[in-house]
Design a protein around this ligand. Structure first.
Ligand SMILES: [Zn+2]
Length: 261
């Protein structure tokens, strides 16, 4: 009860991040650094699953109240979900923590407002298609080919769209997220599972094998990429299927569209 007044009327210097980490015995799990150029949000870096993470905060969070610092620490130490059942739980927890931190940030006089940031939550639960759920496809390909190490936000492209692609976006907290969009033409009952898996595998490779600069040009589908792509067990069936069947689906879709008009 005393602590609720402390937020608006700080009687004590709020504990530093280091002190808080020390008190919770987390000094080996997390380091906190300030980035003066960070204008909005905050982010966490973790090079490996079990190494020390680094929480990067903008200057205006250094003197945040203890509750907000605790929320930031908890946010930075959220576990990477290894099971699908855990994903939702962790996502909800993350969202609650972010709300708490933003409430504070938006109360600051120099309003560091969130702007047109990408909110992955808006796509939550929209991965189910006619026959297949992109989340389920992603998880199974992730397990089989990437040791379950990749993470991405998934969405269907608009109806009839022909291109699947991977982009990087920045979410509300300032964290970079990988977004995979699967072409709308793949969302048809006639599309076999291996084809969706193959296109998903291709987009996931863009996360695993980022583009490299060569002679000033961005090489996206380089030699390493092409070799990795062939590791997909039904790669050739997929290529053949795209040539023979996908074009038919696209043609049929066009005529259906014309009739509908
Ligand atoms: Zn590609």
């Amino acid at each position: 009860m005393e602590s609720s007044t402390q937020l608006s009327l700080p009687l004590f210097e709020p504990l530093s991040f280091d002190k808080l980490l020390e008190r919770r015995n987390l000094s080996h799990d997390l380091a906190v650094t300030v980035n003066r150029r960070l204008k909005r949000g905050w982010r966490v870096i973790f090079p490996h699953l079990n190494s020390t993470r680094t929480l990067i905060i903008p200057p205006y969070l250094i003197d945040a109240p203890e509750e907000v610092k605790t929320a930031l620490i908890d946010w930075a130490l959220l576990p990477c979900p290894r099971r699908r059942t855990k994903v939702r739980e962790i996502r909800q927890r993350r969202s609650l923590l972010e709300q708490e931190i933003w409430r504070y940030v938006e109360s600051l006089p120099c309003a560091h407002r969130r702007t047109a940031r990408f909110d992955p939550q808006t796509l939550h639960g929209k991965t189910a298609g006619h026959t297949f759920d992109l989340r389920e496809i992603f998880d199974s390909v992730n397990d089989r080919y990437f040791n379950g190490s990749l993470q991405a936000v998934l969405r269907w492209g608009s109806e009839g769209s022909k291109t699947s692609f991977h982009t990087k976006k920045t979410d509300l907290a300032g964290t970079h997220v990988d977004v995979i969009t699967i072409a709308g033409v793949y969302n048809f009952p006639e599309v076999p599972r291996f084809a969706i898996e193959a296109v998903m595998h291709h987009e996931m490779l863009h996360i695993a094998i980022p583009p490299v600069k060569r002679n000033g040009r961005n090489v996206i589908h380089g030699r390493e990429f092409a070799a990795a792509e062939r590791r997909f067990s039904q790669f050739h069936e997929w290529q053949q299927w795209e040539r023979e069947c996908l074009t038919k689906i696209i043609r049929r879709m066009k005529s259906r569209h014309k009739r509908g008009r």
